[in-house]
Design a protein around this ligand. Structure first.
Ligand code: ATP
Ligand code: MG
Length: 645
């Protein structure tokens, strides 16, 4: 859509690790000889026993993926201990509380003691290498300590987002069979209390296998206490020694299980292992965010999502970075909060999601301009396609036109960023995730699996492995094979549609399941949605297909208007005409429903499969809705659905 190209800023290229020529040379080397490339870059982490094997991958048959598989390391030691000599007193985590008056700096040395104590406490509770530990915590430093304490002793963590309900927690505890849960009395978000312990108590009635619950005292609110099962975090840690030798782990020993966000169906228990994951997250964090010593880096994701795992905790800490962890929400106490935090902590790199950008854009420029944002150097986006309109606003208003934007495409399954600009190397196109990272071999295939050689649109696959790739679906390897390796033989299927343009840039067009076919023309949802969002009165939009007698499928658009705009028949016509002009008559919506809100996962992604059911008049059968953020939104949409002709 937007064919605007923003050149690399010379002052950025001058300081960056990689410029355009170096990107081309390194990328080519990584594709020509992946074993040599990764043999070299695997050395960026500390190995207790160095690897002699680099890659052992088969995408066919039973599918196996192994990297650095005779190497031995400890992930927590890489994220903490190895930094102590040089940067023990440097801030590892800046924690910004929900309350703007509350924040603290935690040094690498302090983090070492905290993690060791908890690791010893877990051992005392009988946790051993390979055991699963469920972490159900708010955005407090203890969440990072808990992940690292597991890594230190070789336990496998499963972090469950603190906003999930008791039932979602039950499913995730049962699926991985954990016998210990780490939670808090209550969380704090936007001035409101989240009853984590009460949720855990409700869940654990259905989880007889859980014998121990460790409780962080966050608010001091009144909670129920089960004697013999519940333990205070601060008490078990106080009783534990402040030194715990890291467990030597094979590169392929599991590090964590994490469930996908569920925007396309029942969440999958994605398993990541130790060596390759750490190498890949550390390397992408350094190059994509052009991270230099002394930078203050902020990723706004929750640690309950893969973005929080890879780019709040593991990648940054492996690099000895200063990473900011935010307990609150973007619009509390007011919608200037993000920008206030940036000024307060002199944040250089800011990484967030399109859903947050669109929500803040709705509020206009004034809340952004209340802060100077003078420290900002680089912006990032992840989670959904970013509409060009939102991209340009982010660039112009938040970044004052001087900060490159890295639009990073990846998945829980990929462990780290796969398609992305490098800020010193890649000319930017608003709305495109641009080019593959080192070692990544994307291909665009048609419905029959034939690879497109020229520019064109199709399904996005990856024809070779990378070290951060998931290894299996926990406890269900067959589901792993069926989901990712059976659609296109010998390739990893991403489930996403995409267009590759004349410059080889990738544009994610949305989920393949969401592709609309109007009179034989296949269309991604992203393009139509972006056209709608480009209209000055539209804040957000989601587009799905519905059965149409003449066209096969018609276009059904859900539209959220900007604050203060009233819906009208006239505006409906205006929007149809607008899309017609922007894309063409074929893309003109047949039906537009005004949506005060859209159904989203708790990580902020639009759940089109639910919108499709409503449009198809099949709302009796919405599928798995356990990860839905606000079920009331769906009720409103169902009762106001448009009658189809
Ligand atoms: P499930 O697999 O259970 O349906 P999910 O796919 O929403 O859940 P994630 O792994 O969190 O869970 O999301 C990955 C997906 O998010 C990608 O497949 C893609 O559709 C979308 N995505 C992430 N980043 C981008 C981006 N920069 N541009 C476009 N799409 C993106
Ligand atoms: Mg997915």
């Amino acid at each position: 859509m937007s064919e605007q190209v923003l050149p690399v800023l010379p002052q950025f290229a001058a300081k960056a690790y990689v410029d355009q020529a170096k990107y081309r040379q390194m990328y080519q080397a990584s594709i020509d000889d992946p074993v040599a490339f990764w043999a070299e870059h695997g050395k960026r982490v500390d190995w207790i026993k160095p690897y002699t094997q680099v890659k052992d991958v088969d995408f066919t048959g039973d599918v196996h993926i192994r990297w650095f598989h005779d190497g031995v390391l400890n992930v927590a030691a890489n994220c903490i201990d190895r930094h102590l000599a040089r940067r023990g007193d440097q801030t590892a985590i800046i924690w910004e509380g929900d309350d703007p008056a509350e924040s603290k700096h935690i040094t690498y040395r302090e983090m070492h003691a905290q993690v060791c104590r908890l690791a010893n406490a877990l051992k005392t509770q009988g946790v051993k290498k390979g055991d699963r530990v469920t972490i159900y915590l708010p955005m407090i430093p203890e969440a990072a300590y808990a992940m690292l304490a597991c890594a230190r002793i070789g336990a496998i963590h499963s972090v469950v987002f603190g906003g999930f309900s008791p039932d979602s927690l039950v499913n995730r505890i049962e699926d991985c069979g954990s016998s210990i849960v780490i939670t808090a009395d209550e969380g704090l978000r936007g001035g409101r209390k989240v009853p984590l312990k009460a949720n855990a108590d409700a869940a654990l009635k259905k989880c007889p296998g859980v014998k121990t619950v460790i409780v962080v005292k966050r608010t001091g609110g009144a909670i129920n206490w089960v004697a013999g099962r519940d333990l205070w975090y601060h008490e078990v840690c106080a009783q534990a020694a402040a030194d715990c030798p890291p467990e030597p782990m094979n590169a392929e020993d599991p590090l964590f299980i994490l469930y996908t966000s569920g925007s396309t169906g029942k969440p999958k228990g994605v398993l990541h292992t130790s060596g390759g994951y750490l190498v890949f997250t550390a390397m992408t964090h350094q190059y994509v965010f052009d991270y230099h010593d002394g930078d203050v880096y902020w990723c706004t994701a929750d640690v309950g999502w893969v973005t929080g795992h890879s780019y709040i905790v593991y990648g940054p800490l492996a690099n000895g970075a200063t990473t900011l962890m935010f307990e609150g929400i973007p619009n509390w106490p007011d919608s200037s909060r993000f920008w206030q935090v940036i000024d307060k902590h002199k944040v250089n790199t800011f990484y967030t999601a399109p859903t947050a950008i669109r929500a803040l854009m709705r509020e206009g420029e004034a809340p952004v301009k209340k802060a100077s944002r003078a420290s900002l150097r680089l912006l990032g986006s992840v989670g959904e396609p970013i509409n060009p309109e939102a991209w340009l606003w982010y660039h112009r208003v938040v970044g004052d036109g001087r900060c490159p934007i890295v639009d990073t495409w990846w998945q829980t399954e990929t462990g780290g960023i796969l398609i992305t600009p490098l800020p010193g190397a890649t000319p930017l196109k608003p709305g495109s995730a641009t080019l593959p990272f080192f070692g990544i071999k994307p291909a665009v295939v048609d419905a029959n699996g034939a690879e497109l050689q020229a520019p064109g649109t199709g399904n996005l696959v990856l024809t070779d492995s990378w070290p951060g790739q998931m290894r299996t679906v926990y406890g269900d390897h067959q589901r792993f094979i069926d989901t990712y390796f059976s659609t296109y033989k010998g390739c990893y299927f991403t489930g996403d549609g995409c267009r590759r343009d004349e410059d080889g840039y990738y544009w994610i067009t949305g989920r393949v399941d969401d592709v609309i076919n109007v009179s034989g023309h296949r269309m991604g949802t992203a393009e139509v949605e972006s056209a709608l969002v480009a209209h000055p009165k539209v804040a957000e939009s989601a587009v799905v297909g519905y059965p149409h007698d003449l066209k096969g499928q018609g276009i059904y658009a859900y539209v959220t208007l900007k604050a203060g705009i009233e819906p009208s028949e006239e505006l409906r016509k205006e929007l149809v005409a607008h899309v017609r002009k922007e894309i063409g008559p074929i893309a003109a919506p047949d039906l537009i429903q005004w949506a005060p809100g859209l159904p989203k996962t708790r990580s902020g992604k639009i759940m089109r499969r639910i919108l499709r059911k409503i449009a198809e008049n099949e709302h009796g059968n919405l599928g798995d809705t356990s990860t839905l953020a606000d079920p009331a939104v769906v009720d409103d949409l169902v009762s106001n659905r448009m009658n189809r002709s």
